[in-house]
Design a protein around this ligand. Structure first.
Ligand SMILES: Nc1nc2c(c(=O)[nH]1)N=C([C@H](O)[C@@H](O)CO)CN2
Length: 125
């Protein structure tokens, strides 16, 4: 399995359980690991054989500009599902965090993994 990663994508969105959080956007930090079959693009050197990380970022910008989630868990689940269904990721690790959410805490968040990490198509070395 090859893993595309996007680290600390910072974006403002409506997120939170409290009333104020439903009208004032907050910054969240999103990190993604996106697993796909090994070596295809490495061998072909063709963007069509992989997942375009720029397309992922643009899609998330679009989605998060028009949605509200109460929990970070729900946002992470939404992103994981989108990556698996629309980008055909085999396995994803999604972390979503709120920076500075409480005094003395750098950030708090959630990390989820979805899909199969084993690469059934991998040939033994
Ligand atoms: N497990 C979670 N706990 C909390 C969340 C969350 O998304 N997942 N959210 C909040 C509030 O929205 C908080 O961020 C406001 O400071 C509290 N706990």
């Amino acid at each position: 399995m090859d893993i595309i990663f996007i680290d600390d994508f910072r974006i403002a969105t409506l997120i939170g359980v409290y009333p104020r959080e439903q009208s004032v956007p907050q910054t969240v930090e999103i990190s993604l690991q996106i697993g796909l079959p090994a070596q295809n693009a490495g061998r072909s050197d063709d963007l069509r054989d992989t997942i375009d990380y720029a397309a992922v970022v643009e899609r998330l910008r679009h989605e998060l500009s028009s949605r509200h989630f109460s929990l970070l868990e729900a946002l992470a689940e939404y992103i994981a599902e989108l990556l698996r269904k629309d980008f055909h990721a085999r396995w994803v690790r999604v972390s979503v965090a709120k920076p500075g959410v409480m005094p003395g805490i750098r950030r708090a968040g959630i990390l989820i993994e979805r899909g199969e990490k084993e690469d059934a198509s991998a040939t033994p070395a």
